[in-house]
Design a protein around this ligand. Structure first.
Ligand code: F3S
Length: 641
């Protein structure tokens, strides 16, 4: 039987298990990437493993998140990251060099390779034909140490692309259409593989926009074939030697299949506050816009920003709109500067931001209260902009630029003839801001400022668990709810005692103090608990506060894996209705937990407060059970020797 592309690449990297959806498999990881907000912890964990040099083919440490140095903390982190990279065989992309996913696509991605990244938008690499998966920093640290990456073998969803995009319709509209069809839960446990005749009509950066936002589907990753278009992109990046042709067999099969006719798409937006609340611009109508932000790892390629420059050239930003633009990489930034497009953006009144994540991660540019903000980013969760009541719409760069000029949500087709950007035959290649690791690591001293605190180490799982429900929350709790980001909190990422004070701060400001005082606690949640980012602090900080178990109706994949990695037991209600049997403040007890875990499909939970009982499912593999019992992956890895 013919193989799809995912089966081919996973098969070539398979270390344990069989490619049967739902079964646990282990794969070899060729490349890793980290960004600074998760990287400090990943490298502290890597150091704790005692491996002198990374064992991957390539590992790159990027600084793109916490670049707003309003105190010493971020700069201390950057210095730690630079020195730890030099010492352990890791390339270091300096602050200012760009957003990890964009730079990696341009300078390091290789078709057919596997990559693990401590950032949920690592699937951007699927645009160049990689199996690129987002994971917690600890998983990435283990991969750097040469360990396999364990995952549940996903189903493969084929997306058959037909036709080609009409003028003013872009790659963002393609992924918004897929989100509209599949929703933010539609990709859970799946890899999305794009196929069909429409693939050849999309450039690599366009494909990367689509695979980037596959993260919003909850998908493990997304991937495009590697074809002549990929070769042309790699050639223009001076890297054609890493190209190989990769495509599914003619008779390949997929567990699910959807079709998207590119020709039938029109400009769309994701409405507040979810990336799958997708409507056409025509449906939403001409709402007033206060802010436009263009950039992020989703939409800040050379072609994206050249289109924006073309739309804004000779015009002026609307007087009531603030327009911010952050180029995705130094390569893009410098090319725009050299060809004059940057001058057009500045002349039009754009506020040019550093080549970094910036406002996408809440680093500045919070809009006015009640604002409508149009962003080319990938997330529009409530409050992520830094303004609690702002309404964020996600759009293509074309829609964003049109709104910046008119002050209204505008269908870009009203602007007249579309801007056609031809991909350059040669990108500007200058890797001086990527530092190679030291030739002699013994000469490198790893520099730690006072913001780099020792890793908290968890205790093994207790024999029985009796603990208070410190918090009960509803559906769709994001990692932003659990561990907020933003300019005040992000600098504390390498300081767990300090950052843990902010856990659930926006949901219940007393959570951290109550959890710490209890010393041992449980969280109860609804559906899709932990959706959003890969941030392992959403597991690590609750662990530090004494959380031992989280019981929900369902979990988001990466967060569930992070809970296991930090020794927090992820449990789901055997009967979803039983969530009603628990209230905040109740005392729950699971007797003989350690003995039963791994031996029974369900565990009985006794609600000591009400006298009722209900059943929960651990759904853990034997390896995950061993990790939980050891108190987390770091303890487990050490025990393995
Ligand atoms: Fe950065 Fe936002 Fe992407 S934080 S990595 S630009 S999702």
């Amino acid at each position: 039987m013919g193989k799809n592309l995912v089966q081919k690449i996973l098969g070539a990297h398979l270390l344990e298990g069989e490619l049967v959806p739902g079964k646990e498999i282990a794969i070899r990881i060729d490349q890793t990437l980290t960004q600074d907000a998760t990287g400090t912890m990943a490298y502290l964990q890597f150091e704790a493993m005692g491996v002198p040099k990374v064992k991957t083919e390539l590992s790159v440490s990027y600084v793109d998140h916490n670049t707003l140095q309003s105190g010493f903390e971020n700069a201390d982190d950057h210095r730690f990251l630079q020195t730890v990279a030099a010492k352990h065989g890791i390339h270091f992309s300096r602050p200012g060099n760009g957003i990890c996913h964009q730079v990696h696509l341009e300078r390091f991605g290789v078709p057919g390779k596997t990559m693990l990244g401590s950032d949920s938008h690592t699937p951007t690499g699927g645009g160049i034909g990689m199996i690129a998966i987002g994971a917690g920093g600890l998983d990435v640290a283990v991969a750097m140490g040469g360990g396999p990456f364990y995952l549940t073998c996903p189903k493969v969803v084929g997306v058959n692309l037909l036709g080609q995009l009409s003028p003013w319709v872009s790659a963002k509209d393609v992924i918004l259409e897929v989100l509209r069809q599949l929703t933010v839960k539609g990709g859970v446990g799946k890899i999305v593989e794009y196929c069909g005749p429409g693939v050849a009509t999309l450039s690599v950066p366009e494909r990367a926009t689509i695979t980037n936002m596959g993260a919003e589907l909850g998908a493990t990753t997304s991937i495009f074939p590697s074809d002549e278009v990929t070769l042309a992109f790699l050639k223009a990046q001076g890297r054609e030697q890493v190209w190989s042709k990769l495509k599914p067999d003619e008779d390949a099969t997929y567990e699910e299949m959807i079709t998207v006719d590119l020709s039938s798409l029109e400009p769309m937006v994701a409405c507040p506050h979810s990336p799958d609340a997708v409507k056409t611009v025509r449906e939403v109508g001409s709402i007033k816009v206060d802010q436009v932000l263009i950039g992020s790892c989703t939409n800040s390629s050379y072609a994206d920003l050249m289109k924006v420059a073309g739309i804004l050239k000779g015009k002026t930003v609307h007087p009531t709109v603030s327009l911010g633009i952050a180029p995705g990489s130094r390569q893009v930034f410098e090319m725009l500067a050299r060809n004059g497009a940057l001058a057009d953006l500045i002349a039009a009144g754009a506020r040019i931001l550093e080549s970094a994540c910036g406002p996408c991660i809440g680093m500045g540019q919070s809009p006015n209260s009640g604002a409508v903000s149009i962003r080319t980013f990938n997330r529009n969760f409530e409050g992520r902009s830094g303004t609690a009541d702002a309404k964020v719409y996600l759009s293509s760069p074309e829609i964003a630029a049109a709104a910046a000029l008119t002050g209204l949500l505008t269908d870009p087709r009203e602007l007249g003839e579309a801007i056609d950007v031809v991909m350059p035959e040669e990108f500007l290649i200058d890797d001086r801001m990527v530092l190679a690791p030291a030739e002699d690591p013994s000469t490198v001293e790893v520099l730690r400022g006072p913001n780099i605190k020792a890793l908290p180490i968890n205790q093994p799982l207790p024999e029985s668990l009796k603990a208070e429900v410190i918090l009960k929350v509803g559906d769709n709790i994001t990692t932003d709810h659990i561990m907020p980001a933003g300019a005040k909190i992000l600098p504390l990422r390498s300081n767990i005692p300090a950052i843990s004070q902010h856990v659930f701060a926006g949901v219940d400001s007393t959570f951290a103090d109550r959890a710490k005082a209890a010393g041992c606690g449980i969280i109860v949640g609804g559906q899709n608990y932990g959706q959003g980012s890969s941030r392992e602090h959403a597991a690590l900080a609750p662990m530090y506060l004494g959380i031992k178990a989280v019981i929900t109706q369902s979990f988001a994949r990466i967060h569930r894996a992070n809970l296991v990695n930090f020794g927090i037991l992820p449990l789901t209600f055997a009967s979803e209705a039983d969530a009603a049997k628990v209230s905040q403040g109740d005392i729950l007890e699971i007797a003989d937990l350690s003995a039963k875990l791994g031996n029974s499909e369900t565990l009985e939970v006794r609600n000591v407060t009400t006298g009722e009982a209900f059943w929960v499912r651990p759904d853990l593999t034997a390896r995950q059970v061993a990790i939980i019992k050891a108190g987390g992956l770091l303890n487990y890895t050490r025990l393995q020797g």
